[in-house]
Design a protein. Structure first.
Length: 126
């Protein structure tokens, strides 16, 4: 049973869930435990090195990921690069979600409001 680990700070949309099932062959979605999710979502900007900070997440992945499982890895750029590489070293597949941005401009008198709507396109491998 192929799993998709979510190293991701958002909730997957229905379209993303279906795409993961259809194109990646995912049957089970695995959220990080609460404490690890808080680590992933709040990487301190002042840290010069993320190695020690990310170790609990690496330990979790070592314990739970199996060869050919998938990890959706998106977040802090350095943490993302590190964990995508780490997932691949364990035999997993690291992916990220691509989106298309549609911008609407609405004029209200002298004010123009821009609204960006992001739509999922595909999951792309690192």
């Amino acid at each position: 049973m192929k799993k998709l680990f979510l190293l991701f700070s958002h909730t997957l949309t229905a379209i993303q869930l279906e795409d993961a099932k259809d194109t990646l062959g995912v049957e089970t979605f695995v959220e990080l435990p609460k404490g690890l999710q808080e680590l992933w979502s709040n990487v301190p900007a002042e840290l010069e090195c993320l190695s020690d900070y990310l170790q609990p997440i690496r330990d979790y992945m070592i314990e739970h990921i199996e060869v050919d499982d998938v990890a959706l890895v998106q977040g802090d750029f350095g943490a993302t690069c590190s964990m995508a590489s780490f997932v691949k070293s364990l035999g997993g597949v690291a992916v990220y979600a691509t989106t298309k941005r549609n911008v609407e401009e609405i004029q209200d008198g002298d004010t123009i409001v821009k609204r960006s709507v992001f739509q999922h396109v595909i999951f792309r491998q690192y």
